[in-house]
Ligand binder design. Structure first.
Ligand code: SF4
Length: 372
């Protein structure tokens, strides 16, 4: 183990790391400036458990009912050698093939090691990329790898890659419904970003093997239940915009070892579980450890990060808590108290604050005129 891995293990405590997935990487790239999330995710810390221990249990999470529904819908779409999925692919990709081959890459000869499963995925997908033919093949559970903050993370996928005539298509199966040809915009947007993570990872894998990364289509296939039935429907999603943002954020993300160099020795998120797994760590001590690592809270965190209630409380007098556009507008005015004082003329602005102060004074004037 190198020192970065040892340090991350110390931060996590004596529990297995939580694996990254497309959702965590998508969330990380939504707020790339947040060192707290980057470090906790790199260490595989259970953020939900940490937030709950300090009294800020996360506001969301899939209910057991939703998880069961997702599993049964995925199983239905993949049943009988993916018969239903093939019907959908024929429609959405305008294919005339009668049948496709199916290969499940979850089983690497009984070996569950991520390295072994990833090697299998490399070998099988590399061979497929080298053999362009007219027969389609579905590759289920290919374990991919992606460099995030200077470290390679494995992506535990539940997706399918479909190769036909030399082009790979990412297929994402979700259990939210499409009603009257409309789906929840937020859920579709999240699915698009997560699919884009898989496109990036699969493109990197092919590139490493000397194949053209652009053989992975930038239009992914999204499969959802139709209306209130269990009948599946497929649509194609253009994820070019998400790919551009994702690639830029991954490239600009600070290396995790650099981030760790600002973290004091001895800081840990170890919950010190008792024999029954219940956390015993002193709450005050854990809060100090969390606050030691700087965060960059914004309202978007509420839908993407388990630490959001804690961070929102911590940032409650900061202008960042008001959202990106407000904090950009206010520049170096960091706190709401400073903004109010500048607006009321009770505080002399520094040269960097002069522009924001003028805007704030005008806003206050306008508000008073409206109220009068
Ligand atoms: S909720 Fe907190 S830890 Fe999570 S991304 Fe936002 S600021 Fe960072």
């Amino acid at each position: 183990m190198n020192s970065t891995e040892e340090r991350l293990a110390d931060l996590r405590g004596p529990v297995p790391p939580l694996p990254h997935n497309a959702r965590t990487i998508a969330a990380l790239t939504t707020n790339p400036g947040c060192a707290r999330r980057a470090i906790m995710d790199a260490a595989g810390v259970d953020k939900r458990a940490v937030a709950s221990r300090v009294g800020f249990a996360p506001p969301y999470g899939q209910s057991p009912f939703a998880i069961t529904r997702t599993r049964s819908f995925v199983a239905q779409v993949k049943a009988n050698g993916c018969a239903e999925l093939l019907r959908l692919l024929r429609e959405v990709l305008k294919l005339d093939i009668k049948e496709v081959a199916y290969q499940d890459l979850e089983d690497a000869g009984g070996n569950q090691s991520q390295e072994v499963r990833h090697r299998l995925a490399r070998q099988v997908l590399g061979t497929a990329a080298a053999q362009v033919d007219d027969a389609g093949t579905l590759f289920d559970h290919p374990l991919l790898k992606l460099p995030v903050g200077g470290r390679h993370v494995f992506l535990e996928p539940d997706l399918i890659a479909f190769q036909y005539q030399g082009v790979f298509h990412i297929i994402e199966i979700k259990s939210f419904a499409v009603i009257d040809d409309q789906a929840d915009g937020g859920k579709v947007a999240a699915a698009a970003v997560q699919s884009a993570v898989y496109v990036v990872a699969l493109r990197r894998l092919l590139e490493e093997l000397g194949h053209d990364p652009n053989t992975v289509s930038d239009r992914v296939v999204l499969v959802c239940p139709k209306d209130f039935s269990n009948r599946a429907v497929a649509t194609r999603l253009d994820v070019r915009r998400q790919l551009t943002v994702l690639n830029r954020q991954l490239k600009n993300m600070e290396r995790i070892d650099q981030r760790l160099s600002h973290v004091d020795e001895g800081v840990t998120f170890d919950l010190q579980p008792d024999r029954d797994g219940r956390p015993t760590r002193a709450v005050g001590e854990l809060c100090v450890a969390i606050e030691h690592i700087p965060a960059r809270y914004s309202p978007e965190c509420l839908s993407t990060c388990e630490m959001s209630y804690f961070c929102r409380n911590e940032a409650r007098r900061s202008t960042h808590a008001l959202g990106k556009s407000v904090s950009e507008e206010l520049g170096s005015v960091d706190t709401i108290d400073t903004a109010l004082a500048l607006a009321a003329g009770d505080l002399e602005p520094s040269p960097e604050q002069a522009e924001a102060a003028a805007v704030l004074r005008a806003a206050l004037r306008l508000r008073e005129e409206c109220l009068a």
